[in-house]
Design a protein around this ligand. Structure first.
Ligand code: ZN
Ligand code: ZN
Length: 269
């Protein structure tokens, strides 16, 4: 079986984690056989990518879930890398309308100058499917303070499906978007007892993970309150309640998916 690697170039979320970089905010890279996707290039995506030895010029696609800076800030520079310094028309960029077109509140977050060098610009909303190489990507529904936010589901032929909720609060039937995924990456910004509009705590994550039953769940996108409370302790509860192996992601974490799914590196001290 061919292997896929998921690299967490950021595990922080929300304004103050981002401003202070208490956790990185570089997004997530998915690497597989001829597949190289960057999801949610927040502040630091370029630098953390280079530091991790992942050449952004090899990217095939940049995907953005919504128009908050912790998810899109480095999008243009990643496009410049993907297009080999704006010299070669290549790659896919998939993002909601407010990133690509703009609206009355915000201009586009990727300029038309940058967009003209992208081979395939895809405006996403829930239910929009597209392909990156042989991988099918489904844009999933999210309920967030940015009404155009989406999540993603990746169906990779060699290894199976990966789900990424992006920023969302719990809503009825969110589980349906991720049924059958082997890995569920779930944004759990807030600690237990401290819910916030548009986000989840371990309590809502438990409901989703219990229904989806992935082989493994990975919690990420930790806000300040979560960091103070301690993500490992908070996330452990999810595993206790669901019986599904669940890990609190750490910056630089590499998760390998083959027959088995495992973290292949240790947390830097
Ligand atoms: Zn966020
Ligand atoms: Zn957000």
């Amino acid at each position: 079986m061919k292997e896929t690697e998921i690299v967490f170039l950021g595990t922080g979320g929300g304004r103050f984690t981002t401003i202070t970089q208490k956790r990185q905010t570089g997004g997530i890279r998915i690497l597989s056989n001829r597949l190289n996707i960057h999801i949610d290039p927040g502040p630091g995506a370029l630098i953390y990518s280079l530091n991790a030895g992942l050449n952004p010029q090899k990217l095939e696609a940049v995907l953005i879930s919504h128009r908050h800076p912790d998810h899109y800030n480095d999008a243009e520079i990643m496009v410049e890398a993907m297009t080999r310094g704006m010299l070669k028309k290549r790659g896919v960029v998939a993002a909601p309308p407010n990133i690509l077109v703009g609206n009355t509140e915000t201009g586009p977050a990727i300029s038309t100058y940058h967009q003209q060098m992208i081979e395939d610009v895809i405006i996403v909303k829930p239910g929009v499917n597209f392909k990156v190489g042989s991988t099918k990507v489904v844009s999933t529904e999210a309920k967030h303070t940015d009404s155009e936010a989406v999540g993603f589901r990746f169906e990779i032929p060699e290894v199976g499906a990966i789900g990424y909720t992006a920023d969302t609060e719990y809503f009825a039937d969110i589980e349906k978007e991720y049924m059958g995924v082997r890995v569920l990456i779930i944004s759990v910004m807030r600690p237990l007892g401290s819910p916030w509009i548009g986000h989840m705590t371990p309590e809502e994550a438990i409901t989703i993970i219990d229904a989806v039953k992935p082989e493994i769940a990975v919690a990420t996108h930790f806000g300040m309150k979560m960091l103070y409370s301690g993500p490992n302790r908070e996330i452990q509860l999810i595993e206790e309640k669901t019986g599904i192996p669940t890990i609190a992601a750490f910056d630089g974490m590499r998760l390998k998916l083959g027959k088995e799914i495992k973290v292949v590196n240790k947390k830097k001290r």
